[in-house]
Design a protein around this ligand. Structure first.
Ligand code: SF4
Length: 469
């Protein structure tokens, strides 16, 4: 049998743990709860998932709130609930539809987990969100905090929660001088979160007590016990707070050093069908669809992003990371041999384009955005030769995400559009790993809006539509 050995705690950790546990043991929860709930009744926040806290609504809101602010979620929650009013409706929807309703919220893995969990809820629990902790925890996308939140907010069950706001609040109340993500700190913090909830006294317990207490702790952490400059003068728990008593507000919570962000440059391509097939045997004329299949020459090439990539499963413009340091800040990538080679292989092997030499045209647009730990500068290009030549007076300046676009944006001449165009899906021709796309598709301009795109992809699509007239 495999034996596991626990790493002994160092003396400093032991001392800090003991101090915090002493404060916790002596904590006057009875009086503190009364003060907290009085404050909550007057100051608690209102949200759609709080005003009608069914388990299903709470569960959807909690998944949406992971890594996303309440302000952002509020804009999506009602629309999502209108389209998927219960777990059955969500389980029956296809992934692309769910992703479309999630578009803009980011972290799309959550949307896929939500749908997978809905399928399990239908199959294992007859379509109702389960009320047992172990069952909720077994659902995809649900961790310890989320299970506690679903149970306490959705069912008013005695279930502790610990997220960023309550972690900070409990750590300060206890004067906890341990880095909050360590095992020793987590043990103490979870115990504090649980001790705040009185034992269930059965029929005599007050209705909504767990729902209200967890809501109050979260709101107090968010509104009063803020990360910097906590408003201790307005805090209903000041008299119970070890950090306030010992003036530790700036020292506690002890935070882990943030991972550094990594700058990265990507190049995405705006490629129209005619850019690849314009002279593919049609006598040097624009393709009329007779040689390369059904389709409009102005259809735009989109890819479905491969598994394990950022925005996996969503649609996007063909996109490549720049690996050659010399081109990190470039506005012209025609001389980047590595990029040209990858682009060429992608077009020939995954899109099925004729083997002509193709190079990136100059940058027409730039979007700056962050994704996980990357700070990405996304350059948008057409293929060389496909770029229109514009008078400098026609160039426009664009701003995105607070960064000035340092590439020349271009206004393209409008082209005529055919409204009814058959869609052609091509399966990638090579099974190689590391390929650019899980699927490639020529998309009529009129359909771009309907595709679930990555958030930067959506910005690029808007740029295409705007500049296409
Ligand atoms: S007294 Fe200050 S530090 Fe203590 S819980 Fe209240 S706001 Fe936070």
């Amino acid at each position: 049998m495999k034996r596991t050995t626990k790493k002994p705690l160092d003396a400093e950790t032991n001392a800090a743990s003991a101090e915090a546990l002493n404060v916790l043991s002596a904590f006057d929860f009875e009086r503190a709860r009364t003060a907290l709930l009085r404050w909550f009744d007057a100051n608690g926040r209102t949200f759609p998932w709080r005003s009608e806290p069914t388990p299903y609504r709470v569960w959807v809101s909690e998944i949406m709130l992971q890594q996303t602010t309440t302000q952002t979620v509020e804009g999506y929650f009602s629309r999502f609930l209108d389209r998927f009013p219960n777990a059955t409706a969500l389980a029956e929807a296809d992934e692309a539809t769910v992703l479309k309703y999630w578009e803009g919220l980011g972290y799309y893995r959550r949307a896929r987990s939500l749908r997978a969990a809905a399928i399990e809820i239908v199959e294992r629990f007859d379509g109702d969100v389960p009320a047992r902790f172990e069952d909720v925890l077994s659902l995809p996308g649900v961790g310890r905090y989320c299970a506690g939140a679903i149970l306490s907010f959705g069912f008013d069950a005695r279930a502790p929660i610990l997220e960023a706001n309550t972690t900070r609040l409990h750590a300060r109340l206890l004067g906890l001088r341990l880095e909050t993500t360590t095992a020793a700190a987590q043990k103490i913090l979870w115990r504090a979160a649980e001790d705040w909830l009185p034992l269930d006294s059965g029929k005599s317990r007050k209705p909504n007590v767990y729902r209200r207490l967890n809501g109050a702790l979260t709101d107090l952490g968010r509104l009063i016990c803020s990360p910097t400059s906590p408003k201790c003068d307005a805090c209903p728990l000041a008299e119970f707070c070890e950090s306030w008593r010992c003036d530790l507000q700036d020292v506690v919570p002890v935070l882990k050093k943030k991972a550094e962000t990594i700058p990265r440059t990507d190049v995405a391509f705006w490629i129209e069908r005619r850019d690849l097939f314009g002279d593919c045997g049609s006598g040097g004329k624009r393709c009329d669809g007779s040689t390369c299949g059904e389709g409009d020459p102005t259809d735009v090439l989109l890819i479905r992003r491969p598994e394990n990539a950022l925005w996996a499963g969503l649609w996007d413009f063909p996109r490549f990371e720049i690996t050659n340091e010399a081109f990190r800040d470039a506005l012209d990538f025609a001389a980047d041999v590595e990029l040209c080679d990858r682009l060429q292989r992608f077009l020939e092997e995954e899109v099925g384009a004729p083997p002509f030499d193709r190079r990136p045209g100059r940058v027409v647009y730039t979007v700056k955005h962050a994704a996980t730990r990357f700070k990405i500068t996304l350059r948008f290009c057409r293929l060389a030769g496909a770029e229109p030549i514009l008078a400098s007076s026609q160039r426009e300046k664009t701003l995105f995400d607070g960064f000035e676009n340092d590439a020349a944006s271009q206004v393209l001449p409008p082209t005529s559009r055919r409204s009814k165009v058959a869609k052609k899906t091509q399966t990638p021709k090579t099974p190689e790993s590391g390929r650019v796309a899980a699927e490639v598709r020529w998309v009529p301009l009129a359909e771009l809006d309907a595709y679930p795109l990555s958030s930067p992809g959506r910005k690029l699509a808007r740029f295409v539509l705007k500049n296409r007239g």
